[in-house]
Design a protein around this ligand. Structure first.
Ligand SMILES: *[C@@H]1O[C@H](CO)[C@@H](O)[C@H](O)[C@H]1NC(C)=O
Ligand SMILES: *[C@@H]1O[C@H](CO)[C@@H](O)[C@H](O)[C@H]1NC(C)=O
Ligand SMILES: *[C@@H]1O[C@H](CO)[C@@H](O)[C@H](O)[C@H]1NC(C)=O
Ligand SMILES: *[C@@H]1O[C@H](CO)[C@@H](O)[C@H](O)[C@H]1NC(C)=O
Ligand SMILES: *[C@@H]1O[C@H](CO)[C@@H](O)[C@H](O)[C@H]1NC(C)=O
Ligand SMILES: *[C@@H]1O[C@H](CO)[C@@H](O)[C@H](O)[C@H]1NC(C)=O
Ligand SMILES: CC(=O)N[C@H]1CO[C@H](CO)[C@@H](O)[C@@H]1O
Ligand SMILES: [Ca+2]
Ligand SMILES: [Ca+2]
Length: 597
């Protein structure tokens, strides 16, 4: 939890004070698993729950706290699992409820928190609720958004009730021969939107949350929240006049009546209350709620709720994904980070996301050379960090031919433009080692091919190498667990020539300075000029791969030499920090012992 005071020490300096209350997720290190591509246990070429279970030790060793799974529910897979036909069951490709329970047990054994994706906006049209609603079964009539078509005045033929467009192109309304009415679907027509103005729907979805809480999950990541509610009177949306969208595109309209409706924030607050009450009644640890929203920064902040009615613990911070690109400078990164910290209402948790299954890999999108540097940033800022599988190895996008492409968003396009639409390059199987299919599967053909650099870019190779992205990543996750990074204040500065973004994290007598050179050439930074009262010498705790700087060496803080695209963390004493940590464990065990007795 953080509070902010800006100080004008230097024009660029920014200060943020942390108030940490010991909930694991406040500085949680989250790992996003894309289940189809993590580990295949039964040789069908598709990842599954038993595969994930067999690799949890890896995530534990990596220093992760929370493991978030992209959807694993029963689904006809019109949109790779985001079209759910039973919110209370597991897709047979991924396994069974029994496999799920065993996965939870194994997570518990290792102290990992399992987070599920909750996809509340819509269900599959093959969901039992939809079938009942379509046939107007009593109690289910208004589970979805049904309307009569309008009759076109000129042609006299039935047309959709308004101009809303689906994100999959064309009208968002589909005619049902069964019900003789149209239903609204923001996404694919096989994904009818649930009607959240119906209290029965609201209650059903809360029951779904309870169902998974009872099975032992630690919380939820909620998908696509801004589209939860639509304007009640179904007003036409105004045109956007965007030149990159034609009249059948969702983006040809300003989506002011199908997104960011005010009722949405209240719904998130209700879910939070539901989870908090569950924990209180069952006397179990607090459950976390994170929401996915690509909305504008100001709108996103509303998801935090307020003190009397808290909302999400945090809305995912996609500012880095939306705004940073391969040319972004130190100044750009610094201001993207600090805009979030400034906008966030007092007493809330910040969070940082650099990649996910919907975006290109960070090395391909933000620069291969900056791979480690970006992981330094993600792991050392105040708040929670979310890492997409493979980013710890600094994987790159995998090039796929049109024939190999399976993402519906790309397959709906054509061989000329599919690459700009496809999300497959970041979804290929995870490389465990240099054997067949990178150790992911024993199948003859995997659902997407493995990257052709897997012989060198894989977990085993990086574990065995003297130095590797993976080893560096582990050093980052281990220093992150120390008090400075959990509870430390954040004070930042830009070097005079604006190539280097650095920040000091300070907690009581301990401090660490993170130095990130976003420039392409070597810089010599005078940290004593940027940060007051720092020792004249500090020790290098970790550096990015091939920086030429030796971990454990002492350097003068008045002239820190750092090559282009490289990063370092400096501490007073690396050994001292480890000792301090042991002392902490001793003291907390003692306190525990005293309180128990
Ligand atoms: C907090 O949010 C709730 C639900 O949106 C709202 O009813 C209430 O007025 C808000 N309270 C404050 C103090 O802003
Ligand atoms: C709740 O759980 C804690 C620790 O798990 C235990 O010490 C406490 O007695 C429990 N309280 C109730 C009311 O059961
Ligand atoms: C980055 O800069 C180069 C050179 O100015 C330019 O060609 C390229 O389009 C830029 N890329 C992005 C993503 O802005
Ligand atoms: C792609 O698939 C089509 C139809 O199966 C085949 O005719 C074509 O040769 C394939 N193209 C490539 C580049 O493999
Ligand atoms: C894989 O291919 C080999 C050689 O074509 C075949 O003998 C084997 O049965 C195949 N395995 C599977 C699981 O399909
Ligand atoms: C670094 O900055 C300090 C404080 O401004 C100054 O006294 C010192 O001379 C500088 N050192 C170098 C090497 O530039
Ligand atoms: C932001 C967003 O669109 N999230 C998901 C909502 O559902 C669609 C359709 O199922 C998915 O494609 C998105 O990933
Ligand atoms: Ca499988
Ligand atoms: Ca909706």
């Amino acid at each position: 939890m953080h509070q902010f005071i800006k100080i004008s020490l230097l024009l660029s300096a920014f200060y943020c004070h942390s108030v940490y209350t010991e909930e694991w997720f406040e500085t949680g290190n989250f790992y996003q698993i894309y289940p189809r591509s993590f580990m295949d246990s039964n040789g069908d070429g598709i990842g599954d729950l038993n595969g994930i279970k067999s690799k949890l030790e890896y995530l534990h060793d990596l220093g992760m706290d929370g493991v978030w799974l992209s959807p694993i529910y029963k689904s006809p897979n019109a949109d790779f699992g985001y079209d759910i036909s039973d919110f209370r069951d597991i897709h047979e490709l991924f396994g069974s409820l029994d496999d799920f329970d065993k996965l939870v047990q194994e997570c518990n054994r290792l102290g990992l928190k399992l987070i599920l994706d909750f996809v509340p906006n819509h269900s599959s049209d093959e969901h039992d609720w939809f079938k009942r609603s379509e046939s107007k079964e009593s109690g289910y009539e208004d589970f979805y958004i049904w309307r009569d078509p309008k009759i076109d005045e000129i042609s006299n033929i039935p047309v959709p009730p308004n101009n809303w467009m689906s994100t999959f192109r064309y009208s968002a309304w589909k005619w049902s021969e069964v019900r003789k009415q149209m239903y609204y679907h923001m996404f694919h027509y096989k994904q009818p939107d649930l009607n959240y103005r119906n209290p029965k729907v609201v209650q059903e979805m809360k029951d779904v949350l309870t169902y998974w809480l009872d099975r032992g999950v630690a919380g939820f990541r909620i998908d696509a929240v801004p589209s939860l509610f639509e304007d009640e009177s179904l007003r036409d949306e105004p045109r956007s006049y965007r030149t990159d969208c034609d009249q059948f595109d969702h983006c040809s309209l300003q989506n002011i009546y199908t997104e960011d409706q005010k009722e949405t924030y209240d719904m998130v607050q209700q879910w939070r209350k539901h989870l908090d009450e569950y924990s209180a009644v069952k006397n179990v640890s607090k459950k976390v709620i994170m929401v996915e929203s690509y909305a504008k920064l100001d709108y996103n902040m509303l998801y935090y709720g307020n003190e009397s009615a808290p909302g999400a613990h945090f809305p995912f911070n996609f500012e880095l994904i939306k705004r940073a690109n391969i040319n972004s400078t130190a100044e750009d990164y610094k201001s993207i980070v600090e805009e979030w910290l400034t906008a966030m209402p007092k007493g809330n948790i910040a969070n940082w996301v650099l990649g996910n299954h919907d975006n290109h890999r960070l090395a391909s999108r933000l620069g291969e050379k900056r791979g480690d540097l970006l992981n330094f940033l993600l792991q050392t800022l105040p708040g929670a960090a979310i890492t997409y599988q493979g980013e710890e190895l600094v994987m790159s996008d995998v090039y796929l031919t049109w024939n190999e492409t399976v993402d519906p968003q790309a397959c709906n396009s054509n061989p000329t433009i599919y690459e700009s639409r496809s999300r497959d390059p970041a979804r290929t199987p995870f490389p465990w080692d240099n054997t067949k299919n990178a150790g992911f599967s024993t199948a003859n053909k995997t659902w997407l091919p493995v990257g052709n650099n897997y012989k060198t870019v894989n977990v085993k190779a990086q574990q065995e190498a003297k130095d590797s992205h993976l080893k560096i990543f582990k050093k980052l996750t281990s220093i992150r667990k120390k008090e400075i990074f959990k509870k430390g204040d954040y004070l930042s500065a830009l070097s005079n020539n604006k190539q280097v973004y650095s920040y000091k994290r300070q907690y009581q007598n301990e401090m660490a300075i993170v130095v990130l050179n976003f420039g392409i050439s070597q810089e010599i930074v005078n940290l004593t000029e940027l940060f007051k009262e720092i020792p004249s010498q500090l020790e290098v705790y970790v550096t990015s791969l091939d920086s030429g700087i030796i971990s454990g060496s002492k350097i003068e803080t008045s002239k820190v030499r750092i090559p282009g695209s490289h990063a370092i963390i400096l501490v007073k004493s690396a050994a001292g920090m480890i000792k301090a940590n042991i002392l902490m464990i001793f003291v907390s065990s003692l306190v525990y012992f005293i309180f128990r007795n």
